[in-house]
Design a protein around this ligand. Structure first.
Ligand SMILES: [Zn+2]
Length: 463
């Protein structure tokens, strides 16, 4: 049985073993590349799945793709106009249509997940394809008197009609000051400053991503999309809802208000949030030139498996200060483990049960990695038993040891063949010269009994 920290009750929630466990994960706004900080949050549903499956429990994960109506920068990268739709801004910058931008960054996002060995969500509904469901929810909220139309036709949620607003974040309505820019906008059509838009009427200048509705031509607010998608996927009961810590407020407060009011019950059992990630001690931000993507790490010769290992070594609820040094150390571990497990097959049952119990205890991945490392140390004298514990542990935690960060080029492969031939002919001068050439091409060269072994050199950028 899984126990997980619920931000709302500020306590561990017990997740029922009625299967499949229903997990809804707030997904990316697909207008730019996600960075390592975003990926840390997006790993959460996969960790939950991993913990549950270690106990034989099935899960079903739904993660939305936001491709419309997002006015707030949730990547934390900034440098975008807070009053403009992010999709439309990026479309203008890249001179293509908004949906082209959306599909491009959606597929890049899914590729990053796969590289981290994340099992892709069972469903990834897109906001632009769920407009009818949003309209239905908004109509019901108006009918139940939780929402109203402003003077310009836009529809707003009436925050004061939901007395437990603020339960997740602690930002109750009496603490919200007028003018507080929690929606990225100040709108004179609202009756109360804490209300938010469910449907926004668009003006003539907006020519893409608008739909005709009973209230006029416009586009949805960001929060309503998660309510519409989660309720249509799961009905009115969701076991776990995940997101980055930034989403506690206003996104999850607003979503909870909408979903609970339209369903007449508490929809989500546990709200689970991943803490911030800093890089070299600083927030990831474009203005300070401190944004690191998974592709940047891979270019430095560090595999996605090493990134997954570092994420796991730090509990999801603690702030993580990622550095190039930590990433390099993790890559060295991955390479050592990869060399050791070659051919290992036997499962170490004791370690398997231990790690499963650690994962089910609020995703204690940090202790799970320590368990692998301690078992590795204890079995130092028995290479095959040591290989088995590493294979068992990495398999459970889905750390894929088989993937080289960057494929070895054809040119390099030719030089390896030439070098092996030179060594066969005992032409040491030629063999050394070919080794130097390979090193200058960014490879690590090792001599194994089978011949020359190549790996990408680990070359983090100078900081
Ligand atoms: Zn969401």
């Amino acid at each position: 049985m899984l126990q997980i920290y619920d931000t709302k009750s500020r306590d561990l929630a017990v997740i029922s073993t009625k299967t499949p466990v229903k997990i809804y994960a707030c997904g990316p706004t697909v207008y730019r590349d996600v960075h390592l900080g975003n990926l840390r949050s997006f790993l959460l549903p996969d960790l939950l799945r991993t913990a549950l499956s270690s106990a034989g429990i099935d899960s079903f994960v739904v993660q939305n793709i936001t491709d419309v109506g997002h006015m707030v920068d949730d990547t934390g990268i900034e440098s975008v106009d807070p009053n403009q739709d992010k999709m439309l801004q990026q479309a203008a910058a890249e001179k293509v249509s908004a949906l082209d931008i959306a599909r491009k960054y959606e597929s890049k996002y899914l590729a990053d997940l796969s590289a981290l060995n994340v099992q892709l969500p069972d469903q990834t509904p897109r906001a632009s394809e769920t407009i009818n469901e949003m309209i239905a929810v908004i109509e019901k909220l108006i009918y139940l008197d939780f929402a109203y139309q402003g003077d310009d036709g836009s529809v707003f949620f009436s925050a004061q009609k939901f007395p437990s607003y603020g339960a997740i974040s602690g930002n109750t309505l009496d603490q919200l000051k007028p003018g507080h820019r929690f929606e990225g906008e100040i709108d004179s059509n609202k009756r109360f400053h804490g209300d938010w838009a469910l449907w926004k009427i668009s003006d003539q200048r907006r020519t893409q991503l608008t739909w005709d509705t009973p209230w006029g031509q416009g586009f949805p607010g960001w929060h309503i999309e998660c309510t519409a998608m989660s309720l249509s996927a799961f009905g009115d009961q969701i076991d776990i809802h995940t997101g980055g810590i930034d989403l506690r407020f206003p996104h999850h407060e607003n979503e909870r208000a909408q979903s609970n009011c339209v369903s007449g019950k508490e929809v989500v059992n546990a709200w689970v949030h991943a803490e911030h990630l800093l890089f070299e001690g600083r927030k990831m931000s474009k203005s300070t030139n401190n944004v690191v993507l998974l592709s940047d790490v891979v270019s430095a010769g560090i595999s996605p498996a090493a990134v997954r290992l570092v994420f796991l070594e730090n509990h999801y609820r603690s702030q993580l200060n990622l550095t190039w040094e930590t990433l390099v150390a993790a890559e060295q571990t991955i390479r050592r483990w990869s060399d050791l497990v070659d051919g290992a097959k036997a499962i170490n049952q004791e370690l398997k049960s231990k790690i499963s119990a650690q994962l089910l205890n609020n995703l204690n991945t940090a202790d799970a990695v320590i368990s692998i490392r301690s078992a590795e140390k204890e079995l130092a004298k028995s290479p095959s038993a040591r290989a088995d514990v590493i294979a068992t542990g990495t398999d459970l935690l889905k750390i894929n040891l088989a993937i080289e960060p960057v494929a070895i080029s054809e040119d390099a492969k030719r030089l390896v063949q030439a070098r092996d031939q030179a060594r066969l002919e005992r032409d040491w001068q030629q063999s050394d010269s070919l080794r130097d050439q390979l090193i200058s091409m960014g490879y690590e060269v090792n001599d194994a009994s089978s011949g020359t072994m190549l790996r990408r050199a680990i070359l983090p950028p100078k900081i």
